[in-house]
Design a protein around this ligand. Sequence first.
Ligand SMILES: Cc1cc2nc3c(=O)[nH]c(=O)nc-3n(C[C@H](O)[C@H](O)[C@H](O)COP(=O)(O)O)c2cc1C
Length: 143
Amino acid sequence: MVGMAVSSFTSASLDPPLVAFFPGKASSSWARIRGAGRFCVNILAADQEDVCRKFASHEQDKFGGVDYTMSPLGLPIIEGAIASIECELENVVDAGDHDLALGRVMALTSDGERHPLVFFKSGYGHFRSNAPTSAAGTVSTRH
Ligand SMILES: Cc1cc2nc3c(=O)[nH]c(=O)nc-3n(C[C@H](O)[C@H](O)[C@H](O)COP(=O)(O)O)c2cc1C
């Protein structure tokens, strides 16, 4: 099993459903992902900084100590991720010292209740919405 941390992930097309990311040409992980011809993008949750650090390392076993299950398509779904997007590699475009990798979405699972991990100015954090928040709860009385 192989994987790498990427922040360059984006959606690219709705019809057909395509997503994209920019892997560095020097990445050994990218060479193996490209060879496999399919991959799963796991959008990490705010409490998964340790998983991101592991996947950004040069460790041989990026999945060591990481909880995951294999999907019916045979791709690794990382437990606790807010979304898992399973793709077939559609196209690879030259982009200087990186490639532009386009994936065609085959399956998607998501947990809309969780917040994503954010990487900004060399540090990890979490997303805070400017929208007014409303808390869910119960109202009760003794009557
Ligand atoms: C927050 C974060 C975002 C990253 N985004 C990218 C990216 O978009 N593309 C990329 O090639 N590398 C990115 N990296 C670096 C790769 O994760 C790292 O170079 C790679 O996993 C090293 O493994 P490898 O050389 O064994 O493939 C990122 C690292 C971090 C910490």
